[in-house]
Ligand binder design. Structure first.
Ligand code: ADP
Length: 398
């Protein structure tokens, strides 16, 4: 239950009410000032300088004697003042901190003497308001700095990207020219050596012609691969999609690669988990991926004596693995195995290849919307696995 308080005289009540309503109107002025400052920075198209000037103009109305108040924001390289600004001895000021460091000051002056209050002629509430405004200005400047840094970074990033694109284009043009330069004499070499090998009656000449033919053909194939990788990087490689039976394709690959494997006393097996549905993809490119992996296994994993091509369907994808039982690949290489050129660093110790075959496999698999990866246990062999969606239309097709 409320205990009745002392009954006040009518004059005292009037006094209390007067103080209360004065305090209230002071708080409203402060709130108006803070609200005005917040509104200023909501509007993004104002420059920081314009906004600072408006802040300074919003300050005097929030102080006890607006018409006798002036204000100044002093920053490192600029300052903003009310039109009536004058330094006097009746001053209140607060540091503006940016990222924890002093960046400027916010000052309020009375132009004429006023009755003494909490802090000279100033109120404690005015000190608090000054502190809040200075803190808000600090935050705004921090935000603006971060924004202009970001804009600068964005401009730099755009310039770099443009430069990089033109470099990629230059490199692609150069590769195209180089490929043309190389292929012209090579085509003639392939045709002539083929003719010579077919027509000569001399066994030694025939053997040499066959050597030249094989070497030139091999080189031609590598050049084509390089061309494909470059076109793939430029997004110019297209697929010709067809519906086909992957099991038939695997059998024909087996027939084609078996003689070469047997030359090195290697066995090739096919392990299929049926049923294998028909798939829609570019059969020539799928063949190229598998041939590349099988040829690598013949080249790099001879001592394993065995290659297994495994195929199965899982969750709408065909998954194919070319498994060998050769030396395997060290863990630290598996991450960059499919990146063009990365293999060069390792070649001295191995075969001297260019490291283009696997990057081309990756380009081709990804064009089909699939993934390729390697799993390997050094000393026990490697498995190169790729997945291609059975039906998902590929990104690039003719
Ligand atoms: P290249 O044969 O021209 O070097 P690849 O991109 O086909 O290019 O292969 C990159 C490298 O990966 C090869 O140089 C080889 O060191 C390694 N590699 C590829 N396949 C195998 C494999 N089955 N077993 C061991 N190492 C392999």
């Amino acid at each position: 239950m409320k205990t009745p308080g002392k009954i006040k005289k009518p004059g005292a009540v009037k006094n209390d009410f007067g103080t209360l309503s004065h305090d209230l109107s002071e708080r409203v002025k402060e709130l108006n000032c803070l609200y005005g400052i917040s509104r200023l920075f909501e509007n993004g198209d104002r420059t920081l300088g314009d906004a600072m000037q408006s802040v300074v103009d919003l300050i005097p109305p929030a102080w006890q004697y607006p018409e006798d108040t002036c204000a100044r924001i002093k920053l490192k390289k600029s300052e903003f003042k009310t039109a009536n600004f004058k330094e006097t001895r009746w001053k209140q000021s607060h540091d503006i901190l940016v990222n924890g460091e002093r960046f400027g000051t916010l000052e309020v002056y009375y132009l004429v003497a006023k009755p003494a209050s909490d802090e000279g002629p100033f109120l404690e509430e005015e000190r608090n308001l000054l502190r809040i405004i200075a803190a808000r200005l600090g935050m705004i400047i921090e935000r603006e700095n971060a924004k202009s840094n970001m804009e600068l970074m964005y401009v730099r990033e755009r310039e770099l990207r443009k430069k990089l694109q033109s470099e990629i284009k230059m490199r692609a043009d150069l590769t195209r020219k180089l490929i043309h330069e190389l292929k012209t004499p090579l085509t003639a070499l392939i045709a002539t050596s083929q003719l010579l090998s077919d027509e000569t009656r001399d066994e030694k000449t025939g053997r040499l012609a066959k050597h030249i033919f094989n070497g030139a053909n091999n080189m031609n194939r590598r050049i084509e691969e390089l061309h494909d990788v470059t076109r793939g990087e430029m997004g110019q490689l297209k697929l010709t999609l067809k519906r086909f039976n992957i099991e038939k394709l695997l059998n024909s690959i087996l027939e084609e690669t078996r003689p070469l494997a047997e030359q090195f006393e290697m066995k090739i097996d096919l392990e299929i988990i049926r049923p294998l549905l028909e798939m829609t993809a570019d059969p020539d490119r799928v063949r190229q991926i598998i041939m590349n992996l099988v040829n690598n296994a013949i080249k790099y994993a001879r001592e394993g004596k065995k290659i297994t091509i495994k195929a199965r369907e899982k969750a709408g994808e065909i998954i194919i693995e070319v498994r060998d039982y050769g030396p395997g690949i060290p863990q630290e290489r598996t991450g960059t195995l499919f990146e063009p050129g990365y293999q060069v660093a390792y070649q001295e110790a191995s075969t001297g290849g260019l490291g283009i075959g696997l990057s081309l496999c990756k380009v081709l698999v990804e064009l089909h919307g699939g993934k390729i990866w390697a799993r390997s246990t050094p000393g026990k062999g490697s498995g190169f696995v790729f997945s291609i969606p059975l039906l998902k239309p590929a990104r690039n097709q003719e």
